[in-house]
Design a binder for this molecule. Sequence first.
Ligand code: HEC
Ligand code: HEC
Length: 264
Amino acid sequence: MIRAGLIACLVFAACSAPPEENGAPVREPLPDDIKRSGTAFLQPDTRALQADDFANPGFLWIDRGEALFRAGVDGSKACAACHGEDGADLAGAAAHYPLVDAASGELLNIEGRINQCREQHQSLPPLEYESDNLLALTAYVAHLSRGEPVSVDVTGPAAQYYEMGREYFFTRRGQLNLACSQCHNEHWGEKLRGDTISQGHGNAFPAYRLEWQTLGSLHRRLNDCDEGVRAEPMPLGSETYKAVELYLAKRAEGLPIETPGVRR
Ligand code: HEC
Ligand code: HEC
């Protein structure tokens, strides 16, 4: 009933009261005093699972990523040979992604940077998006920034991608004709399909989702949200989703990286 109520409210503008409490759509950027990580909206048991490094299933992926990081493949140099045995060189790096790579002009998220290193520094083929090994390496690299506040550059060559992501966030789509902003700016804190809608931040990704029974990327989560409004989702790793990732990171500025998150 709650679900039907909220969807009707969103789709038919039939809300009983305007969602002033949570902030109107014009409230951009999200003010710091109301900005909260998705973890704050979880059920206590899910939150406890995330907080326990031994029970958090995401740590199996961190371990796998660490092993890959230290191993050279087919005679190639290991990641660790260039970035330090425990990845010390990369501490804090993930908090500044996505970014525009100066050399190629391409918008890179962590997945993209790892694949660039494989191609340019290891002479290895890129890993497929959402493959177990790319997820494990991405989670490992992100985890090296755990606790680091998200802080991205959206000026210069990044500005066009920021605008692209922002536009995606505010554009209605799908059969339900809903924009990201309608759920994550205007209705966070409300119930939908057994979830409490969060502000839609990406700072805990890659995250272990109980519904997936595995670790997944932020782009996979975006796919689920697009499918939730019955829109055609964008391909994982696409420029559009990377641009949305950049917009979300700017919007989440100051929140700590929490990878690996645990989600319902
Ligand atoms: C109909 C409402 C709805 C719409 C529209 C929607 N989402 Fe979501 N979104 C959810 C729900 C429900 C969840 C799971 C609970 C949560 O974390 O918010 C979620 C989760 C997320 C998360 C993960 C947050 C976390 O901490 O785990 C992100 C990021 C996100 N959405 C971004 C988006 C983006 C970007 C769009 C537009 C492309 C979008 N959402 C559209 C309802 C929606
Ligand atoms: C032969 C040395 C070498 C190897 C091997 C290598 N990298 Fe890199 N990596 C670099 C260099 C150099 C940079 C700086 C950007 C550039 O010039 O490509 C970099 C940049 C990065 C960055 C971005 C750091 C930042 O501050 O933005 C990440 C993340 C990264 N590498 C991860 C990896 C991973 C994971 C592997 C293994 C799959 C790997 N690298 C293998 C040399 C290497």
